[in-house]
Write a protein that binds this ligand. Structure first.
Ligand SMILES: Nc1ncnc2c1ncn2[C@@H]1O[C@H](COP(=O)(O)OP(=O)(O)OP(=O)(O)O)[C@@H](O)[C@H]1O
Ligand SMILES: [Mg+2]
Length: 375
């Protein structure tokens, strides 16, 4: 399997490709003016058709190194709610890049399949895929997406929020990649305790007790990082007596609480190092995290009654790289009163799901979007 970031670096003088994927991503923010790093699939839709074609062509060659001329069947995952015109553009790019047949699947459906959910059954499952550009929230049942919401808040926006915050607090300008590193190394989602009701709250028909000791009464200093158990995380107000409590295995044994970063001092204009704390990162990303939680709650509100019961049993499945943010599964469980499951390899769910559709094409046809524009 090929898993590469959708970035291409192009030399504008010679109109040649300098790098694609991981190599191109490393160049972001480091190029001279004549080399452009382009994300042709910004926010999941095609922003630059020519660059998208060239990137796909190189990815196809990478995936089929021995069969250079092979014309593969391609399944492309797009955000739910992508218009038919946008879908057409995606298909055109993939055909131009050398595909024999192109099929489209909605990202949350691909994520659900990649997470191993039985999407064909008449039971509701909720998937929240927190990617770089978008967060996709969807309820799937019987091979289809029943309710979906796609918001343009994802990991990239968290990075931007970190840049903005550090600029304000430290007069220090960070690069995009540096902000992403900070997010991954220090990022930590706060356990929210509403100020008006510090003892508990009522959401989704369940009373949710506040997590003691996570936040001070003023909601500023976190005393201890929340333990981050993996796998099913039965919410504390709905214990499952038959299953043993998950061992409190923190995702990272020794989460860093601060880290030095380098950027450009906005006052002197010179390179400068500053120490950034985990708490600063939590503060920086809070609004975006809340926007993700809000999208989940809005979707839950739109859930048909019959499926709501299924969701309580099946819980919410978290996929996408953003799901790896420490404390996010716990926060979502707290906010929704639902059991949350973080999948094993969240960065791969969509690719795994789309891959399954290629491998088992006939069996999986139902989950693909109908093809109105046969070539
Ligand atoms: N350990 C981590 N903690 C927090 N965020 C992470 C971690 N690892 C990766 N990410 C973030 O996950 C995002 C990438 O996730 P993913 O690969 O699922 O997105 P994508 O599929 O490329 O984007 P989209 O679905 O929006 O098209 C990036 O923003 C990255 O910074
Ligand atoms: Mg994705």
């Amino acid at each position: 399997m090929l898993n590469e970031p959708s970035v291409i670096a192009i030399n504008l003088h010679k109109n040649t490709v300098v790098a694609v994927g991981k190599a191109a991503k490393r160049m972001v923010g480091r190029t001279p003016p004549h080399i452009a790093t382009i994300r042709p699939l910004k926010d999941g839709v095609i922003a630059d058709l020519d660059a998208a074609e060239r990137m796909l062509r190189l990815f196809i060659q990478k995936a089929h190194p021995s069969r250079f001329l092979a014309k593969p069947r391609i399944v492309v995952a797009v955000p739910s709610g992508t218009t038919s015109i946008e879908q057409r553009a995606v298909k055109e790019a993939a055909y131009e890049a050398g595909a024999r047949r192109v099929h489209i699947i909605e990202e949350p459906m691909a994520a659900a399949i990649g997470a191993g959910l039985k999407v064909g059954e008449a039971t509701g499952n909720m998937v929240v895929d927190i990617g770089g550009g978008t967060t996709e929230v969807a309820i799937v049942s019987m091979s289809g997406v029943v309710v979906a919401k796609s918001v343009r808040v994802g990991g990239d926006e968290l990075d931007e929020a970190i840049v903005t915050h550090i600029k304000k607090e430290h007069a220090l300008l960070l690069g995009e990649r540096t902000a992403e590193r900070l997010k991954i190394d220090l990022g930590m989602v706060r356990a929210a305790v509403p100020e008006a009701d510090p003892v508990g709250r009522h959401r989704a028909g369940l009373t949710v007790p506040a997590q003691d000791g996570l936040l001070g009464p003023d909601g500023d200093e976190p005393a201890e990082p929340a333990p981050a158990p993996r796998g099913w995380n039965p919410f504390r107000s709905r214990p499952k007596p038959e299953s043993p409590a998950p061992a409190a295995a923190p995702r990272s044994l020794d989460p860093k609480t601060s880290a030095p970063v380098r950027g450009r001092d906005l006052v002197s204009g010179l390179p400068k190092t500053a120490t950034i704390s985990a708490e600063q990162i939590s503060e920086a990303i809070e609004d975006q995290v809340q926007a993700i939680i809000d999208a989940v709650q809005t979707t839950l509100d739109q859930c048909p009654a019959e499926l709501a019961g299924d969701l309580l049993d099946n819980g919410i499945v978290l996929t996408g790289g953003g799901a790896l943010l420490r404390g996010l599964p716990e926060r979502m469980g707290e906010a929704t009163g639902m059991p949350i499951r973080l999948v094993d390899k969240p960065l791969y769910s969509v690719a795994l799901g789309a891959g399954r559709c290629v491998e088992r094409f006939q069996a999986m046809r139902d989950v693909l979007l109908p093809d109105w524009s046969r070539r």
